[in-house]
Design a protein. Sequence first.
Length: 480
Amino acid sequence: MDLAAAPPDLLVRRHLHIAGDWVDPVDGDPIPVENPATAEIVGQVPAGTPADVDRAVAAARAAFPDWAATAPAERAAHLDRLHTALAARADEIARTIALELGTPLKLAARVQAGLPLTVLRGMVDLAARPPAEESVGNSLVVREPVGVVGAITPWNYPLHQVVAKVAPALAAGCTVVLKPSELTPLTAYLLFDAIAEAGLPAGVVNLVPGTGPVVGEAIAAHPDVDLVSFTGSTVTGRRIAHLAADRIARVALELGGKSANLLLADADLPTAVKVGVGNAFLNSGQTCTAWTRMLVHRDRYDEALDLIAQVVGAYRVGDPFDPATRLGPLVSAAQAERVRGHVDRALADGARLIAGGPAVPLPTRGHFVAPTVFADVHPDSALAQEEVFGPVLAVIPFADTDEAVAIANNSRYGLAGAVWSADGERALAVARRLRTGQVDINGGAFNPLAPFGGYKQSGLGRELGAYGIDEFREIKAIQR
Ligand code: NAD
């Protein structure tokens, strides 16, 4: 299939997926889907209602006993068939994500379509293993699936965020009701095309598209949903935790971040800057783990600023379907407006603009923001504290390692981070001091089997790998 093929005119999906069938929604006007690079409407999906959520939860509940009792090897075989069906759609997934989110096509193919396939492949292997049982004195400790899972996902990695919930939930023996983001719902439909083709048992996974306040809240508040697994903003995560608390339902929350990238005095600066800027601006900065604060030792500060300006100067902003494009648009007009507001505020707060900013010429249609870097950012300022979720990097100098660690940990978030040093042991010692769920040393590669999640207001619980499956299990002690 030709990756650069022109996108189809209008992608219309009319159904929900409940109890193994494509079904009509109960009610509600359709939701338009926009191409953020042109601001044109390119698709449409139904808006689900609380009545649709009731139907989907009932289907998931009905399917739960059999699925929970299915042998791990058989569940793994289902996931394997799903992997095959999804892999066959990889090009279509990349194009759809380039279209509805604006991720440059090459990156969409590698990360947006490639990563979830890798995650799913890993889950096939893990799903085949029965959960560990343990004897503790006279107790047998066993792990069991938690029940019906409500999964609510964001728009920034429209397939990865879904697969990171659905695959481990299924591997654990749970059944699922999914609500994808209303900004990027078309990708979730491709997953359900694959689910239908793979022949998963009816009701094991159900799709109810719609808005957060209507469908999302109905899932989070539903008395028959045992665990709500949510990825998105900290504000919405707090709301979901409140709704679930009323019935003491379990929650798993993957929320925002303001991660620090520490360049120690002996770092390989050209590599650290190139990788650090690439990380901060990946997916137009719409990445929860983005290293949006670059902390640089004062002895190397000016050198680092020169390198940053060079690296950012080479970024091409524009059409996601143009192979030369490095940075696409932001997902929506509202998101672009929010990001511009952060830039204006940083200027007003006296940060020094060293790249990008409001004066850079950009495509006139679509929701583009120039890759922007501020130096001398005060660690307590809004730009250093608030998640921007756009291509905006804050550079902060430090005098010694203790100060670097203190600045890095001066955040209500704790999702990711990075350390660069020629001395691996020294970098490891610093990594241990960071109050975050993940730290990469000298550009250590993303590991889809490693636990992923946040300290502090970045969330509760862990996704991915064996830890991700355990998130969907209860623990029982049997005394004998
Ligand atoms: P969001 O919180 O606005 O929306 C996320 C999902 O929640 C969407 O499906 C939305 O429809 C739904 N939702 C909105 N209001 C709701 C409500 N009241 N009740 C139930 N559901 C509701 O977040 P977003 O704008 O889609 O995503 C951006 C945010 O997600 C950023 O803050 C980013 O850091 C975070 N994020 C975190 C991770 C992570 O793994 N930690 C990954 C990706 C994104």
